[in-house]
Design a protein around this ligand. Structure first.
Ligand SMILES: [Mg+2]
Length: 226
């Protein structure tokens, strides 16, 4: 006796990766914080939350500004990333699945619901993070942050539009799963039905109107039955 009829079933599911399927966000934040500290900037919680969901290049530009403000040091992206990347690369393979993530992906797979990864993360970074998690391999269609066909990163809608088009479905028939405000804005702008796994420190007011808020991926109901 579910609320949903077939009208509300997804034609496809589009998944963010960081903070949605894998618990990488605390590790990303730690890498940015340690790198910025090396250059005299002590990043606060709001700044770390603002980095969520964005591409590495977009994060880099923000952090370079904050370093300039805090310490007057004018760095290049290369100088910052030379410090930040080794920290991140050591931490990220340790990321655990978010609760319910494996079950949700396996459920979509067995139900035959098409899936795509719609991530700001680069192809290399996804490979690094996904290596310990063979279940992520069930998602074959992917759009990466450094995808040659991608024009603009989240919060622009391009990542989700491209993911839907690669699956051959209309974006407004897709369910999108996100955790970050930038990612949720991207998915909403693409016309997806957006499910948001709300991270600690954020709430309804941080997201576009009309999104479905979740405390856990275990709450997702794919009602193909009935
Ligand atoms: Mg995310």
């Amino acid at each position: 006796m579910g609320q949903a009829g077939s009208m509300s079933d997804p034609a496809a599911c589009l998944f963010d990766l960081d903070g949605l399927l894998l618990d990488t966000e605390p590790l990303h934040a730690r890498a940015w914080r340690e790198a910025a500290a090396r250059f005299g900037a002590d990043l606060n919680g709001d700044q770390l939350l603002a980095l969520r969901g964005r591409r590495r290049l977009d994060c880099t530009l923000l952090v370079l500004d904050w370093i300039l403000e805090a310490s007057g040091r004018e760095l290049t992206a290369e100088q910052l990333l030379a410090v930040r990347q080794p920290i991140a690369e050591a931490l990220l393979p340790e990321a655990a699945p978010m609760p319910g993530a494996i079950q949700l992906i396996e459920r979509c797979h067995t139900e035959g619901i098409p899936m795509a990864l719609a991530t700001s993360s680069s192809r290399d970074a996804v490979a690094l993070k996904a290596r310990p998690h063979p279940w992520i391999g069930l998602i074959q269609t992917r759009v990466h942050g450094d995808d040659p066909e991608l024009v603009a990163g989240k919060p622009a809608p391009d990542v989700f539009l491209l993911a839907a088009s690669r699956l051959g479905v209309a974006a407004n028939q897709c369910w999108a799963f996100e955790d970050s405000p930038a990612g949720a804005r991207s998915a909403a702008a693409a016309g997806c039905r957006v499910h948001v796994l709300v991270p600690p420190g954020l709430g309804a007011g941080d997201y576009p109107e009309g999104v479905q808020l979740l405390d856990s991926l275990e709450q997702v109901e794919l009602s193909r039955a009935c």
